[in-house]
Design a protein around this ligand. Structure first.
Ligand SMILES: [Zn+2]
Length: 370
């Protein structure tokens, strides 16, 4: 009887463990009728590079972590819609989504790797728009894309407003693994560091778990295209990503052992969240709603009744802000009000008068106000 009890206990333990297994979805960008970006020599297709690297990342994760379940959005050369990729991950209740792409630019000299998370504040900068347009443009190849994506026009900057209302609860974890991927690509694979960035990617927007999009390099750069297409390059880059997964996964396990809900903090030196904060170190949140080349006076009708208005200068432009609070929740409420007249208004953050990344400020706020 006792033996049976022990056996039952083991069975229960095993079932509980497997129910908690970690699921990672590896998403090879493009495929089938959508080649993605194409090299100058017309021989190297993004869809082939991303598939090779994605499969290698998955293999390595499986080898190193037999308990982790690896799913692919595609494991061969087929077309898969952006929403379908995300839905697959959501349906599987995945814990992490890694999308793999290569970049392209008109300038043949552009090169380097960058890793993206879904953007809040940066979603409509020129640079992030350019890349989001390119990666989101594939929806135009999907049947019924108007209906599936609620008339989202990947080429219209206005469409990207939706991303500024996004408050992804997974931003912190996404940035956490993005930093590991980026660090590895730049040290081990010696890619030029273009940083961890934010942009409005539909595929990340539709996922309901931490998610990143890796741009391995520029297929439009002859030298880099050669590396992207080479077995050596692909092996190196896939190792960088799977090793970043190792670190992230280890941090998660550590923090769940320590019985904390949130993932461990990223390790880059620039993360203000790591320093102990005093009152004056606390980020101040404001709403940026307008920018002009000439300075406007308080009460200008361009402010549409907002008063008092503050400003800071950036690249010769005057950027006007409304609100001033260390309470992130309050600024979110205030933003709704400002958005009635300024639909593009977004949250900015400052520490000691210096602008800092809003994501970073939010992380700091959450740390100080658990
Ligand atoms: Zn792509």
């Amino acid at each position: 009887m006792r033996k049976l009890f022990t056996l039952l206990y083991i069975l229960v333990a095993v079932t509980t463990l497997s129910a908690k297994d970690f699921i990672v979805v590896i998403d090879a960008g493009h495929g089938g009728k959508d080649p993605g970006a194409i090299s100058g020599c017309k021989k190297i297709y993004e869809k082939n590079v991303t598939l090779k690297v994605a499969l290698a990342v998955g293999e390595e994760i499986k080898k190193n972590h037999p308990e982790v379940k690896v799913l692919y959005t595609r494991d061969k050369d087929v077309f898969v819609g952006l929403n379908d990729r995300a839905h697959m991950a959501n349906k599987a209740n995945a814990d992490l989504f890694i999308s793999i792409h290569t970049n392209a630019a008109k300038s043949r000299t552009a090169k380097g790797a960058e890793t993206y998370t879904l953007g809040i504040e940066e979603a409509r900068t020129e640079r992030s728009l350019e890349i989001a347009k390119r990666e989101n443009g594939v929806i135009l190849l999907e049947d019924n894309h108007e209906r599936t994506y609620a008339n989202f026009n990947p080429n219209s900057p206005e469409s990207y407003i939706i991303f500024e209302y996004m408050q992804s609860e997974h931003v912190k974890e996404s940035i956490h693994i993005a930093q590991y991927v980026q660090e590895n690509l730049c040290s081990d694979a010696q890619r030029l560091d273009r940083g961890v960035r934010q942009a409005g990617f539909l595929v990340l927007n539709a996922t309901s778990m931490p998610s990143i999009l890796v741009e391995l390099g520029y297929i439009s750069n002859a030298e880099e295209a050669k590396y992207l297409a080479s077995a050596t390059g692909q092996k190196k880059m896939s190792h960088c990503i799977s090793e970043a997964f190792d670190k992230y996964y280890a941090d998660l396990k550590k923090s769940s052992n320590a019985n904390t809900v949130t993932a461990a903090r990223p390790t880059t030196s620039t993360t203000a969240a790591q320093t102990t904060s005093t009152e004056e170190d606390k980020p101040i949140f404001k709403i940026q709603f307008l920018s002009t080349s000439k300075k406007l006076e308080q009460g200008d009708k361009a402010f549409k009744g907002l008063n008092p208005v503050a400003y800071y200068t950036d690249n010769g432009m005057y950027k006007y802000t409304y609100g001033n609070t260390t309470d992130y929740n309050e600024i979110v409420r205030l933003k709704r009000k400002v958005n009635e007249n300024f639909k593009d208004a977004f949250i900015v953050a400052f520490v000691k008068g210096e602008r800092i990344e809003t994501q970073q400020a939010i992380a700091l706020f959450k740390k100080n106000n658990p």
